[in-house]
Write a protein that binds this ligand. Structure first.
Ligand SMILES: [Zn+2]
Length: 188
């Protein structure tokens, strides 16, 4: 076994985050590391994750700490990565802010009107678990436009499926925006 991994560290049975190294699987020459002249060799190991999944992973990614699970961990943590936050994470952050931050530009229409985010959804992981990823072309719709952000009052809906409350509200909001713009123009 040692010979096959070419003088590289044997990590059999070592534990990294949720992953346990099972065995060296293969060497992989993959692209270049620094420039066109230096090929980058990956040492692919088979790992078993605490969740039960087995996965082939580049050993360097494990040792550097970049990978700590088969993907079941990064499903959650990958969402919030700075500057690269996934849409679903921004949706969640935004709805929390609308309901709790008086400085948010929409606070008056949400928190200011008593709309709350349920206790369970104060944790992103729970919101994601209940709603799943946003389907293409759909937005988060509150069935009762005066109701809270909570599982029983929320769904992903296309514009035409949006509740009539929401449509009415959108028109009111548009009118309001138009008024604001007019006011700003007049102030100039
Ligand atoms: Zn896993």
């Amino acid at each position: 076994m040692k010979g096959r991994i070419h003088n590289r560290k044997d990590i059999t049975n070592n534990k990294y985050g949720k992953l346990t190294a099972i065995r060296f699987a293969k060497k992989q020459i993959s692209g270049v590391k620094f420039n066109d002249k230096i090929p980058y060799t990956k040492y692919i190991w088979l790992f078993k994750c605490d969740c039960g999944n087995e996965k082939m992973i580049n050993r360097n990614d494990i040792i550097s700490g970049n990978v700590r699970s088969c993907g079941c961990l990064s499903i959650v943590h990958g969402y919030a990565r700075g500057g690269k936050a996934k849409p679903i994470y921004n949706i969640w952050r935004n709805l929390k802010a609308k309901c709790s931050n008086p400085n948010h530009y929409s606070y008056a229409e949400y928190g200011g009107r008593g709309v709350k985010v349920c206790e369970r959804w104060l944790k992103f992981e729970n919101f994601l678990a209940d709603m799943g990823e946003r389907p293409k072309g759909k937005t988060l719709d509150r069935i009762d436009g005066d109701g809270n952000y909570e599982p029983k009052n929320c769904r992903w809906a296309t514009r035409s499926e949006q509740s009539s409350n929401q449509r009415r509200y959108k028109k009111e909001y548009k009118d309001k925006l138009a008024n604001m713009r007019t006011t700003i123009l007049h102030k100039k």
